[in-house]
Design a protein around this ligand. Structure first.
Ligand code: GSF
Length: 202
C-alpha cells in the first residue's frame, strides 16, 4: 500500500498512527496539495490527502474510510469495535476530533490565503467557537478515564491526540494544555508511543 500525504496533515497522521499501531507496512509518498504542479486529483478528485493507493492501483479516501478499512486488515490492535453502540461511540469521537480540525483548518486558510482586508472576523469567530466547544466536549467526555472509550487504546484516542497535536503545531495560542489537564494527561501518555513519536507534524 502507498499512502499519499503530507507531514503536517493531522488526517494523514491519524492514518500513519493507525498503520503503526496495527503493524501494517506501507510506503509514504509525500505530496504538497497546495503546489501548482500537484497531481493529487489523479488519485483523489477532491484534491486532498490522505489518499491510499491499493495494490491493484485503485485509490481510497478520506481518512475515516482509510482507517476503518485498515482496522479490518488484521486483528492486531483492534481500534474500532465491530458493531453496535461501542462502534458508534468511537466514530463519534473521531467525528468530533476531525470536526475540530476542519474548523481550525478553515481559520488557518482564511488567515493565510486571504488578504487581511478580505478576512471575515465573523467567520473566524464562528469556527473558533467550534474549536473551543469541541475541546470542551473532548475534555468532558474523557473526564478522568484512562482512555476516551473503554480501557484500552482505540481510534477515539488516536483521533483526539492527532487533533491536539496539530492545534499545538499551528495554533500554539490555543492553550488547551492549561484549560484541560485531563486532555494533556492523555496526550502525554500517547505521545510516548512510537506510533506518535514517528509521525510528529513538521
Ligand atoms: C480531510 C482531509 C484534509 O482536509 C479526511 O481525509 O479526513 N475529511 C478529510 N486534507 C487537507 C490537508 S490537511 O490540512 O490535513 C487537504 O488535503 N487540503 C487540500 C484541499 O484542497 O482541501
Amino acid at each position: 500500500m502507498k499512502l499519499i500525504g503530507s507531514p503536517a496533515s493531522p488526517f494523514v497522521r491519524k492514518v500513519r498512527v493507525v498503520m503503526a499501531e496495527k503493524k501494517l507496512d506501507y510506503d509514504l509518498a509525500l505530496e504538497n496539495v497546495w503546489a501548482a504542479d500537484t497531481t493529487i486529483q489523479e488519485s483523489n478528485p477532491l484534491g486532498q490527502v490522505p489518499c491510499l493507493e491499493m495494490e491493484d492501483g485503485s485509490f481510497m479516501f478520506d481518512s475515516r474510510v482509510i482507517v476503518e478499512y485498515l482496522d479490518t486488515l488484521t486483528p492486531v490492535g483492534k481500534l474500532i469495535p465491530a458493531n453496535g453502540r461501542g462502534r458508534a461511540e468511537i466514530k463519534c469521537w473521531e467525528a468530533l476530533a476531525d470536526g475540530v480540525l476542519d474548523a481550525a483548518i478553515l481559520i488557518r486558510l482564511e488567515m493565510t490565503l486571504r488578504q487581511p482586508e478580505m478576512q471575515s472576523g465573523e467567520w473566524i469567530a464562528r469556527q473558533m467557537g467550534k474549536v473551543n466547544a469541541g475541546l470542551k466536549a473532548m475534555s468532558t467526555g474523557l473526564a478522568e478515564a484512562p482512555f476516551c472509550s473503554g480501557n484500552h487504546l482505540t481510534l477515539a484516542d488516536i483521533s483526539v491526540v492527532c487533533a491536539l497535536g496539530w492545534l499545538s503545531f499551528r495554533f500554539p495560542e490555543i492553550d488547551w494544555r492549561a484549560d484541560y489537564p485531563n486532555l494533556l494527561k492523555l496526550f502525554d501518555k500517547l505521545s510516548e508511543r512510537s506510533s506518535f513519536k514517528d509521525s510528529l507534524p513538521e
